[in-house]
Ligand binder design. Structure first.
Ligand code: PMP
Length: 396
């Protein structure tokens, strides 16, 4: 059985990470991997997480199975974090389960959609996070795409997006990024969320919101504008959340899947289908990371500390955008890169060619994926001048 296999290419980001690790140039810069980094290039464990972890080792009583929904307290806190004091939550229309990261949640969403409507199509933004394609095709869904980012104007192609979405049939699913669009950094404005919500209402497609970066864009509540509006206006909504970035819990695999249905009875039925999907994939989610999140969110001091630590991460990313654009100007680059400061979250496209990317890697040890998507957290006060000078040379 195994002998007939041919090797598959490794994930380009992992290849890039390996090459970066092996590069001996002391000036090397990693703009590939999408994790938060501080000014020293470290991805620290948050202090609130460390405290929660100490509390947990002192108080945890058992490692017995947790059940397919995960921990109830985590699910309630996540619902609150995403939707706030929302009418849909008060009306008991929301059901959240704990999942192995945002990725696990997206796979559950894919299988759930397939169970609801085997011939449903899922519409992804062009471009989108590369893993969306693999996740949804593995779940057996047909993938379609809608225009999103205009590489020429370096902004949202909203008219084209809306025109395509207007033709999406009832019963199909449209995936939207709640905030910090990966890979483009271009988010919908409030007015644009309203227009997409109106279309969903009129035409009957179901939105699936991928919320992997709540708190990394404009703020915890601001980043939840789209999900809250849709929960208010629509009968149905699916949402995949992740605590990888905002709690820095990457390897602990913590996320959630929330469905909002028309009424509590429909939500219960849909929830039972979600649980059967979970049982057939991984049976039950990991408990540790979710317990840390619920410990933090059930303690006002730890929650306040988390807000402070999250603000530091968000502001650093936003400042890095300005740092890079200013440094490019300072080294005499005339091309307009100001779009980077108008985008949000971990990523932007630099907008240079794959050949120029390749030169940045080979001649300057500056690592990024072929599309020129850069991970903004990899910029620092120490490397920004070298980065700007190198970019200036390759685009000259
Ligand atoms: N969605 C998007 C858009 C992402 O960028 C990521 C992480 N890179 C995820 C989902 C999955 O996150 P997790 O690490 O929690 O699986």
């Amino acid at each position: 059985m195994l002998e007939q296999l041919s090797p598959l290419p490794a994930d380009p980001i992992l290849g890039l990470l390996k090459a970066y690790g092996e590069d001996t140039n002391p000036q090397k810069v990693d703009l590939g991997v999408g994790v938060f980094k501080d000014d020293n290039g470290h991805t620290p464990i948050l202090d609130c997480v460390k405290t929660a972890e100490r509390q947990r080792t002192d108080t945890e009583m058992s490692k017995i199975y947790i059940g397919p929904t995960g921990e109830a307290a985590f699910n309630e806190h996540m619902t609150q974090l995403i939707f706030g004091q929302h009418q849909a939550v008060r009306d008991n229309r929301a059901r959240t389960i704990s999942t192995p990261g945002g990725t696990g949640s997206l796979r559950v969403a894919g299988e759930f959609i397939k169970a609801c409507k085997p011939n449903a199509k899922i519409w992804l933004s062009n471009p989108t996070w590369a893993n969306h394609n693999g996740l949804f095709s593995a779940a057996g869904l047909t993938i379609e795409s809608y225009p999103y980012y205009n590489y020429e104007s370096k902004s949202l192609d909203f008219d084209a997006m809306l025109t395509t979405l207007a033709a999406v049939p009832a019963g199909d699913v449209v995936l939207l990024h709640a905030c910090c669009h990966n890979p483009s950094g271009m988010d919908l404005s409030k007015e644009q969320w309203q227009q997409v919500t109106q279309l969903a209402k009129q035409n009957g497609f179901t939105p699936l919101i991928d919320m992997a970066y709540q708190g990394f864009g404009l703020g915890l509540d601001e980043d939840a504008y789209g999900p809250r509006l849709m929960a208010q206006e629509l009968d149905e909504l699916l949402l995949c959340s992740s605590c990888s970035k905002n709690f820095g819990l990457y390897r602990e695999r913590v996320g959630g899947f929330t469905l909002i249905a028309k009424d509590p009875a429909t939500a219960d039925v849909a929830h039972s289908v979600v649980l059967s999907v979970v049982r057939s994939i991984y049976s039950m989610p990991p408990a540790h990371g979710a317990a840390l999140v619920s410990t933090i969110l059930s303690n006002s001091d730890l929650t306040a500390q988390w807000h402070d630590e999250l603000t530091i991460m968000r502001e650093r990313i936003s400042n890095n955008r300005h740092l890079l654009v200013d440094a490019l100007k300072a080294v005499g680059v005339e091309r307009d890169f100001s779009f980077i400061t108008k985008q949000s979250g971990m990523f932007s496209f630099l907008g240079i060619t794959p050949e120029q990317v390749s030169t940045l890697i080979s001649d300057y040890s500056i690592y990024m994926v072929d599309s020129s998507r850069i991970s903004i957290a990899g910029i620092s006060k120490d490397n920004v001048k070298y980065l700007a000078q190198s970019i200036a040379k390759v685009i000259a």
